[in-house]
Design a protein around this ligand. Structure first.
Ligand SMILES: Cc1cc2nc3c(=O)[nH]c(=O)nc-3n(C[C@H](O)[C@H](O)[C@H](O)COP(=O)(O)O)c2cc1C
Length: 435
């Protein structure tokens, strides 16, 4: 087995503010550092938690490196968000400049990384979120930064999401990425135990003054707008007050996941589109809907029912990254539509395309492993021993993974993706939603 080579860091740390924000020289040093590198990942770590490498790449050729020439997209003076109607106009002008994207890849830890985002963009996604990044670790650990956040010129519009519970730490992290994204997003929706322990995500719903201070800090000091992703409260009036508070604090775009903090299982609990609709009606900034988006009919229905400005999809995209191009897996096809097989694309094709993107944009193997499992889940159910072979590999290689796809095909596995023969089949959103 070849020892992986180090991945050249993709993070450029720019300080675009006219005056330094931090008087602390350590902070200043971190902010003005232009490039970080890291050494070989430790070989005795969790076996698959290593980086894939491309020995051909030089530092200059590293495709994931953002360009130094990029200028921030939302330049203005600090404090611009907090007064007057023009704040809403600015929020809308920014959204319009980005083309008012409607089909959006939701943030997913270990799963909405650069190659996956690029695959979804190829199949109709109009914008994407990074996985949630931990703001303190992002500031402190160059290896974490270079492994967990990579981007490239084509990876726009882009939301970079952080979790945080300290406004200064959040700002420091946000300033490292602001020139490489279109929004810095704050995660107020994570309901997992790890978020309870770390006191972030949906657990900050118990401390709204802290939430407010996090949003204000970014809105007052960043050159890109701040967006937030929230869950709903059990009571609608609490959700509306919460959303209004975020808007007043300087949030320029709000994504609403229509499930409560306790409704963790997306398969068990339907997202409440009525609550999202009420938030949309209450606010003056763009609002995105999240939950129950499994195919293009859901997109159309959600946009119609909620009036939201776009939709986020997560779990279904993992199985079917071509969702936004109108493709659907057979569980979302009625019996009388079973002849609607497109035949041009299946999940094995998508895995091959994803692997090629990973060769171009290196990411940790654990992410690649996770995507292969999710995209080929139905295929493995037909030939479970192929899944076992994958599980038995403590170290993955591209050669092995391409071979795995060939093996499934040679065994005769065929799990087609379907397209409905109407506007939603083509993913032509203008037609789908009648605009
Ligand atoms: C694997 C996975 C990782 C996720 N990670 C994040 C995250 O980093 N940040 C976040 O705000 N939400 C995260 N979520 C939640 C999704 O963004 C989304 O809100 C949720 O899955 C509901 O959307 P869906 O019904 O389309 O799955 C994650 C979901 C999944 C399935």
């Amino acid at each position: 087995m070849n020892k992986p080579k180090p991945l050249i860091s993709a993070i450029l740390n720019l300080n675009l503010h006219p005056k330094p924000l931090f008087s602390n020289p350590i902070h200043l040093m971190a902010l003005t550092q232009t490039r970080t590198t890291h050494s070989d990942p430790p070989q005795n770590d969790a076996e698959d938690d290593v980086l894939c490498s491309n020995p051909e790449q030089t530092q200059e050729e590293q495709p994931s490196s953002p360009s130094l020439d990029e200028t921030p997209s939302f330049v203005g003076s600090p404090g611009k968000y907090l007064t007057g109607v023009s704040r809403f106009e600015r929020a809308w002008a920014h959204w319009t400049k980005l083309g008012r994207p409607k089909l959006i890849v939701a943030p997913m830890v270990d799963n909405s990384e650069l190659p996956f985002r690029m695959l979804c963009r190829k199949y109709g996604a109009e914008a994407a979120y990074t996985p949630m990044l931990h703001s303190r670790i992002f500031n402190e650990n160059p290896k974490y930064r270079s492994e967990e956040f990579t981007t490239c010129k084509e990876d726009r519009p882009l939301f970079v999401q952080f979790c945080a519970n300290d406004p200064d730490i959040l700002l420091e992290a946000a300033r490292r990425v602001e020139s490489h994204c279109d929004y810095v997003d704050i995660n107020f929706g994570c309901p997992q135990r790890i978020a309870r322990r770390g006191y972030y995500g949906a657990f900050l719903m118990d401390n709204l003054p802290l939430v407010k201070s996090l949003v204000e800090k970014l809105a007052l000091n960043l050159n890109v707008p701040v967006s937030c992703k929230i869950r709903v409260f059990p009571k609608l009036e609490d959700t509306l007050k919460y959303a209004k508070m975020l808007e007043d604090a300087g949030c320029s775009l709000l994504a609403v996941h229509g499930r409560t903090r306790d409704e963790k299982d997306g398969k068990k609990f339907r997202a409440d589109w009525n609550a999202i609709k009420a938030v949309k009606n209450e606010l003056r900034i763009p609002v995105l809907a999240n939950g129950n988006i499994r195919h293009m009919d859901d997109v159309r229905n959600c946009l119609e029912e909620t009036g939201a400005d776009g939709v986020l999809s997560a779990e279904t995209l993992l199985e079917n990254p071509a969702l936004f191009a109108g493709f659907r897996t057979s569980n979302w096809v009625a019996d009388n539509e079973k002849d609607s097989i497109d035949g041009k694309l299946d999940q094995a094709d998508l895995v091959v395309q994803y692997l090629k993107l990973c060769e171009k944009h290196p990411v940790p193997w654990r992410m690649i492993r996770s995507h292969v499992h999710k995209m080929l889940g139905d295929w493995f159910r037909v030939q479970p021993q192929v899944r076992e072979e994958l599980n038995a590999q403590s170290r993955l290689t591209f050669e092995f993974l391409y071979g795995l796809v060939d093996q499934l095909r040679e065994l005769g596995v065929q799990v087609p993706l379907h397209q409905k023969h109407d506007a939603s089949a083509t993913g032509n959103l203008a037609e789908v939603i009648g605009i």
